[in-house]
Design a binder for this molecule. Structure first.
Ligand code: ATP
Length: 366
């Protein structure tokens, strides 16, 4: 658990349910978020992540459960009375107002003194590196700059909780990657607690300190990006985050009492730490980059299997190989390209050995 959570959560979501008629969009969700944390709700379309975000903002009312922010129960509080601000994917900037006036808009509505408004707007312009764009209209800005104006406007009111709804969805891939880091830097400088919604696992992994993977209104797994990537607890999570090989098998033991997983093409040696009963159906998850390739059979208690190279996708620094195994199943392997020595790389039709350490795989029972 992270330090801030031990000291008490800043945002508490307690057994929250949201039903639309007889359909449950959010199903008994509980979560603690620490002060200053950037937390991501990650899931595919329809999993309930936006509904949960909208309940935090006050645009939807929970059917049951509680949301507590900085010790205060938010029940019955309309959006404008919450110390919460939401930044939408569309940015929702006013097209007829300058950048300066867009940022000042909420502060004027709240009746802040003019000098205070000017000071906060200038501070936000500086923070988002938009000082020289203050007098421009939104249509005179790039997509990335518009996104920063939207962020500046959301932060100007100094909310206790910032909500980001697919914050970078409108940007192209290259700009999105650069902006992810910029956005995190700004949020961290302000120190605001942030909950974001995304269906893009890379975005969640890059920006958030912790992620909740959602499916059908529930949290399937909550953890740091590394936890979720390295030790997924279900096949759904393993498959949703990154590339993975999922191989079905059954738990067996050999004469020396070593636990193995018996699969169609090979036997996984799993060492310690597998809980289950003999004959239990399990799935072995191995990331492609944990697998090595060699022309010769490797020695030792490795998990290994021979296959034929059927497909190769070249990405520059790496190549993703698809090996066909004896049963016809495919195994994905990421091979790090040595650009100084192309000779060593396997090619189409080659018979190769794929092998990986028992500690590089996860055995899943659901
Ligand atoms: P997306 O990424 O597509 O926005 P999401 O994970 O954010 O998806 P939600 O918008 O939270 O999903 O919707 C969750 C489910 O609740 C969906 O099946 C949706 O159709 C349903 N839903 C959302 N709002 C309402 C509503 N006002 N009335 C009825 N059903 C709704």
């Amino acid at each position: 658990m992270n330090k801030a959570l031990e000291d008490g959560a800043f945002l508490r979501i307690e057994s929250v349910v949201k039903e639309f008629g007889d359909f449950r969009a959010v199903d008994q969700v509980s979560l603690n978020v620490a002060k200053g944390e950037i937390f991501a709700l990650l899931g595919s379309s329809g999993c309930g992540k936006s509904t949960l975000l909208r309940m935090l903002a006050g645009f939807e009312t929970p059917t049951s459960g509680r949301i507590v922010l900085n010790g205060a129960d938010l029940a019955g509080k309309p959006p404008y009375e919450r110390p919460v601000n939401m930044m939408f994917q569309s940015y929702a900037l006013f097209p007829h107002l300058t950048v300066w006036d867009n940022i000042a808009f909420g502060l004027r509505r709240d009746g802040l003194p003019r000098a205070e408004i000017a000071q906060r707007v200038e501070e936000m312009l500086r923070l988002t590196q938009l000082t020289k764009f203050g007098q421009r209209k939104p249509h005179q800005l790039s997509g990335g700059q518009q996104q920063r104006v939207a962020l500046a406007r959301s932060l100007a009111k100094r909310p206790q909780l910032l909500l980001l709804d697919e914050p970078l969805g409108a940007l192209d891939k290259k700009l999105r990657e650069a902006t992810q880091i910029e956005l995190v830097n700004i949020i961290e400088q302000v120190g605001v607690t942030c909950v974001m919604v995304t269906h893009d696992q890379e975005e969640a992994m890059t920006m958030a300190s912790r992620i909740a993977v959602m499916s059908e209104g529930r949290f399937v797994q909550v953890g740091s990006p590394a936890d979720i990537y390295e030790t997924p607890t279900t096949c759904f999570v393993a498959d949703f985050i990154g590339n993975v090989n999922l191989t079905p098998g059954r738990i067996t033991v050999d004469e020396a009492d070593h636990v193995h997983i018996e699969c169609a093409d090979f036997t996984h040696y799993v060492g310690h730490g597998v809980t289950g009963y003999l004959g239990q159906a399990v799935t072995v998850a191995v990331r492609p980059e944990k697998i090595s390739l060699s022309a010769d059979q490797p020695p030792g208690p490795m998990n290994q299997v021979q296959g034929t190279v059927k497909e190769m996708s070249y990405f520059g620094d790496t190549t993703l190989y698809h090996l066909e195994l004896a049963s016809g199943a495919r195994l994905k392997v990421t091979f790090e390209n040595d650009t100084r020595n192309h000779e060593g790389a396997p090619t189409w039709g080659d018979r190769v050995w794929a092998h990986w350490l028992p500690s590089s795989q996860v055995v899943l029972t659901q």
